[in-house]
Design a protein around this ligand. Structure first.
Ligand code: IMP
Ligand code: ZN
Length: 397
């Protein structure tokens, strides 16, 4: 494992006086000083790009509780039991996997999928996320009359029904929102949203291929890429490879959850596949680490998620420091903001407070993520302009 490597490359960036034990990352709202409060507010105001957010992992606790109450009243679940599980804070990776089964019981019908998609976009926009890639696993559920296609239609319907924010899911809408402003505080907010379809590691080759074909069919509805995710100790790389290759042939960008647990053969194969982005990269040995660095594949860094699920021993020992110090392309992401009680602003705050990043460094980190979005050059151009405008304001205060 990579502890020595992380220590060596740590330089002097750790904030003074921080404990090095395995502590749970601080959630939003636990202000201890004026300086911390000011920094947290600055992180909220910062325009941000979110590239790694799972739909069902980003649902508000209050919504989950409401849905659980409804199913409890119908006798489908025992509300009090479920409430305890939803409100529990410290979760291991196996507990998270089990929790997703519960979330899916609560959220898998068309109207609920529409509702959570709408709320998740609203929540990200509220904290000044200007570009959001949401990933979700299209689900067949015969008993409920749900197909992968109808599930995704329900997600798209959710994006289109956001009321307080202008949601741009394809180029058509770009010209329809002259009054809105990306990342602004005063005018109506505007957010670009794109969808990634996740292949779950439980799926067969044929089901994975269906997902890639669905992504192709839904290109004009904001679907822009493919993700491989799910329980990292389940399944074999060879099962998903044909679908990932198919995506490559079709020109659909891919991002892969990589190295959540040590698995030499699989990590090597993932790096050899050369996806457009990688998620996590926690458990890489020295040789794999070297290979990652020379590949220059951008990494989606999820600080809280990695600590909570044990992918890294502590925030302070997170491999972010090494990647950041060596200028490896990376972006800060939430993974599952609902599940881990975090937000993208909080993740930026943690990067600053743990690794001693200045406001300018945080700003450049947020700005740099624009270059790794899967959206086309027009969107990138517009996002670059947002950050240029914001630089003057944010970097002088
Ligand atoms: P959904 O795809 O919208 O249902 O979002 C939840 C799903 O995302 C889970 O069932 C997992 O398959 C996947 N997921 C969320 N977080 C993680 C993670 O940290 N590692 C691997 N898969 C994850
Ligand atoms: Zn993830």
């Amino acid at each position: 494992k990579t502890g020595a490597r992380q220590n060596q490359s740590y330089k002097a960036r750790r904030a003074p006086g921080r404990r090095r034990s395995k502590t749970k990352p601080a959630a939003m709202g636990t202000h201890t000083s004026e300086a911390e409060k000011e920094m947290r507010e600055w992180c909220v105001a910062l325009p941000k790009v979110e590239l790694h957010a799972h739909l069902n992992g980003s649902v508000r606790n209050s919504t989950l509780l409401e849905l659980a109450k409804e199913l409890g009243d119908k006798g489908v679940i025992v509300f009090e039991d479920v409430k305890g599980v939803i409100m529990k804070n410290d979760r291991s990776l196996p507990e998270c996997v089990r929790l997703f089964d519960l979330f899916h019981t609560l959220t898998t019908d068309h109207d609920t999928v529409t509702r959570i998609a709408k709320e998740v976009v609203g929540d990200f926009a509220a904290e000044n996320v200007v570009y959001l890639e949401i990933r979700t696993t299209p689900k067949n559920n015969e008993a409920k009359g749900i197909t992968k296609r109808s599930y995704m239609n329900a997600v798209v319907k959710g994006l289109k029904s956001v009321e307080d924010v202008d949601v741009v899911i394809n180029d058509e809408k770009l010209s329809c929102t002259p009054m809105s402003v990306l990342g602004g505080d005063t005018k109506r907010k505007k957010i670009y949203v794109r969808l990634l379809l996740s292949i779950d590691r439980h799926e067969t080759t044929s089901a994975a291929l269906d997902t890639v074909n669905l992504a192709m069919e839904m290109k004009d509805q904001g679907v822009i890429g493919i993700d491989l995710s799910g329980n990292p100790v389940v399944g074999e790389w060879e099962t998903y490879l044909p679908a990932l290759e198919h995506a490559k042939e079709l020109g659909i960008p891919t991002t892969i959850h990589c190295g959540e647990v040590p698995n030499r053969k699989e990590i090597q194969a993932m790096l050899d596949f050369c996806p457009q982005r990688l998620g996590h990269v926690c458990c890489l040995d020295d040789e794999e680490w070297k290979k990652l660095k020379s590949s220059v594949i951008p990494v989606e860094i999820c600080l809280t998620s990695n600590v909570m699920t044990g992918g890294t021993p502590s925030l302070e020992l997170h491999h972010f420091a090494d990647l950041y110090n060596t200028k490896h392309p990376l972006s800060i992401c939430t993974d599952d903001s609902g599940l881990f009680s975090t937000s993208l602003s909080n993740e930026y705050y943690l990067a600053a407070s743990t690794f001693g990043l200045s406001k300018t460094e945080l700003f450049r980190l947020a700005q740099g993520a624009v270059e790794f979005v899967f959206a086309d050059d027009e969107v990138k151009k517009s996002l670059r302009a947002v950050f240029e405008r914001a630089a003057a304001e944010r970097l002088t205060s």
